[in-house]
Design a protein. Structure first.
Lengths: 168, 159
């Protein structure tokens, strides 16, 4: 009953079509939590490479990630400080997190030498979910990054630790 | 004495090189292996994990509350004649965007959990959706669409 009532036209509005802002194939979209930044995979010189698109429509490459293609499965934190994705290192695939604030790369090798297939970074960058192959099946594993990365929270979001009170 | 000093410093030097490492969450990862024969396409928000889980040879959208570590019901979403391809969710877990195959066509739908409604999101110009991403408040959506043999990404504002 719910479905019969629900399968109606949604009044969503297309803000910007792809070919208006980038005249090449684009795949694997990932919005930041605040919606201001879009990560995607596009072919650069024939190699699938991650690009970022700002709210104003400008496209920017990610200088720290000019190598180690093919790139896949990008994921952004709330304000876009962190970009997680899968890169290629020799014969292996490697998940990495780029801190765009300081340009630092955090490689995330998986125990047992397994290859990541897809990933998703939590908006606050405290956790990362990975899809891996395990005994012929797809599995999802979650990693705790809280000791590795500073959080990237929405403005005004509640903190998990109490604020320091000012002395009177 | 010099050797003793070197032995004392070495463990700290090694730890300093390695830095903090990502830590698996065994209890949660054990739960994610239970009662499914496969799980893929994970998407995390603060409190929620959504993925496509395979049970009894059928794939369905499954939403897990990371606080209670339990799946939550999604009435009206996993229809018997629908095959999910890609899924995303808002930060509060209220909105899920799904690309699914149904009746031999591929469609983009928006599911609102609190009211259990499923709405088709039209693509203009028409195309075949493949992968979807929602932003935190669930009001912006990016979708990969096939048009004329090429992949585009559309940005859609939702009411």
């Amino acid at each position: 009953m719910l479905l019969a009532a629900g399968l109606l036209g949604c009044t969503g509005r297309v803000e910007q079509a792809g070919d208006a802002w980038l005249n090449r194939s684009q795949q694997d979209p990932a919005l930041s939590g605040d919606g201001r930044l879009l990560a995607m995979i596009s072919e650069l010189r024939g190699r699938p490479t991650v690009l970022l698109r700002n709210e104003n429509g400008s496209i920017q490459p990610v200088p720290q990630l000019r190598r180690h293609q093919p790139h896949s499965s990008p994921s952004l934190s709330w304000n876009g400080r962190y970009l997680a994705l899968i890169t290629q290192r020799g014969q292996r695939r490697l998940a990495i997190v780029l801190d765009r604030l300081n340009g630092r790369l955090h490689p995330l090798p998986l125990p047992g030498g397994r290859d990541p297939i897809r990933l998703s970074l939590a908006p606050d960058a405290r956790k990362l979910a990975l899809q891996v192959a395990d005994q012929g099946q797809w599995r999802v594993e979650v990693l705790d990054l809280s000791e590795m990365l500073e959080p990237d929270r929405a403005a005004g979001a509640a903190l998990t630790t109490p604020a320091i009170e000012e002395s009177p | 004495m010099r050797h003793l000093l070197a032995l004392m410093v070495l463990p700290f030097a090694i730890q300093g090189c390695a830095g903090p490492r990502p830590k698996p969450i065994p209890e949660l990862n054990g739960l994610l292996r239970q009662s499914v024969s496969g799980r893929r396409e994970p998407v995390l928000s603060q409190r929620w994990l959504v993925s496509l889980s395979q049970r009894g040879g059928r794939e369905r959208v499954e939403l897990i509350d990371l606080n209670s570590r339990r799946p939550v019901p999604l009435p009206g979403l996993n229809r018997a004649d629908a095959l999910p391809i890609s899924v995303s969710l808002s930060a509060d877990g209220e909105r899920l965007a799904v690309v699914q195959q149904r009746e031999e066509r591929t469609e983009l739908v928006l599911y609102r959990r609190s009211v259990g409604t499923l709405q088709r999101v039209p693509l203009e110009p028409p195309g075949v959706p493949r992968a979807v991403s929602l932003n935190g408040n669930g009001r912006r959506l990016a979708v990969q669409v096939s048009r004329g043999g090429r992949w585009d990404i559309d940005l859609i504002r939702l009411p």
